[in-house]
Design a protein around this ligand. Structure first.
Ligand SMILES: [Zn+2]
Length: 358
């Protein structure tokens, strides 16, 4: 009996120790989880060519607060960062305080995730190497990550939009520039220096138009805003045919689309040529990478079927035969005014948890 009692006490003690250990571990894990779960919000910042938009976003992708300011005229990067940090701090204070904020994700043209810098943007006001992540981190005391705007938006589509569940796709954004991101095996493909996926700066036409990147004949110089307007002027100068475009003093892709809707043949020809070149460039890309889909966003995508139909025809004409009619080309389903900050917030969430960029 004595031995049995000793054994029983010993077993009970061991069970108690195991449970205590388990409880201790569980408790520690819980503390960590609670501490982590308290930080249920991030700040997403989208640096655009004209304006900067920033928002507090929760873990489900709900935008709790959003604001923007004109930033193209702020020539000093120090002035810009002071204004941006003051605004972010004010927004954080109104949305639960710093203890709720886990990190800040910044989406910017020429942003480099690996260096945290803006790397020699041709169109932003600040030239050269801008150590944006380090400067913001010093001011705000929070983890700050920087990503190329197209990479961030692609991650936004993957996290919240129409690319959810896709492992391999190309994301392009057509506006003042031609942004693109190659999303491969469930993560943005960065390349060795962080510049992978610049479809817009692949050369299509030898000795073609001069591009902002310093090259000649790039896809961007035909399919982004300036390129489309240039095509319109070339068409007007090459003939005497009537067109509503001739009376327009400030021609834009949006205006050209409006003239297409009114049946203007020359305006329709602008998008026919743009679509042909775009489809050709995307077919080259798709033949190399065999993506599930190509997702198109940006203001120029609003040209709708005037651009998309000739682009699709050219795409299927030039793509490698084994994947003909296999690659979906779709428009983004995210709201225009939310897409960019959601992309920036997706970078803030994913970078540590899942190391998508590593
Ligand atoms: Zn270029």
């Amino acid at each position: 009996m004595v031995d049995k009692e000793k054994i029983s006490i010993f077993v009970a003690y061991k069970i108690l120790r195991v449970n205590l250990n388990y409880l201790n571990l569980t408790y520690l894990s819980l503390i960590i989880m609670v501490q982590d779960s308290m930080k249920t919000r991030v700040v997403g910042v989208d640096v655009g060519y004209e304006a900067t938009t920033y928002a507090v976003v929760d873990v489900r992708g709900k935008i709790l607060s959003k604001d923007s300011f004109q930033s193209a005229t702020i020539k000093s990067i120090n002035d810009y960062i002071t204004i941006l940090c003051d605004r972010i701090t004010e927004m954080i204070d109104k949305n639960g305080g710093y203890e709720q904020i886990r990190s800040i994700g910044i989406s910017t043209p020429c942003g480099n995730y690996l260096s945290g810098n803006i790397e020699s943007s041709g169109k932003l006001a600040w030239k050269g190497q801008i150590p944006l992540a380090a400067m913001m981190r010093d001011r705000l005391g929070l983890a700050v990550v920087v990503a190329n705007d197209a990479h961030a938006r692609a991650l936004g589509e993957f996290t919240y939009g129409c690319a959810h569940g896709m492992k391999d796709f190309l994301f392009i954004t057509l506006g003042h520039g031609f942004g693109s991101c190659l999303f491969s095996n469930g993560r943005p493909h960065l390349g060795s220096e962080g510049f992978a996926g610049e479809v817009g700066h692949t050369f299509l036409l030898p000795a073609g138009r001069e591009c902002d990147c310093g090259g000649w004949g790039c896809l961007e110089s035909y399919c982004a805003t300036d390129g489309i307007v240039k095509t319109a002027h070339e068409l007007m100068e090459s003939s005497d045919k009537p067109s509503m475009m001739r009376k327009c003093s400030n021609l834009t892709p949006k205006k050209i689309t409006e003239f297409c809707d009114k049946g203007d043949e020359m305006a329709i020809e602008v998008y026919r040529r743009t679509g042909f070149i775009l489809g050709l460039g995307l077919a080259n890309y798709a033949s190399v990478t065999d993506p599930e889909a190509i997702i198109i966003t940006g203001g120029i995508a609003n040209a709708g079927h005037w651009l998309i139909d000739p682009m699709n025809d050219s795409f299927e004409e030039h793509i490698f035969h084994n994947i003909k009619n296999q690659v979906k080309i779709v428009r983004s389903a995210l709201k225009d005014d939310e897409r960019n900050v959601l992309g920036a917030s997706a970078v803030a969430w994913k970078v540590k948890e899942y190391s998508l960029f590593k």
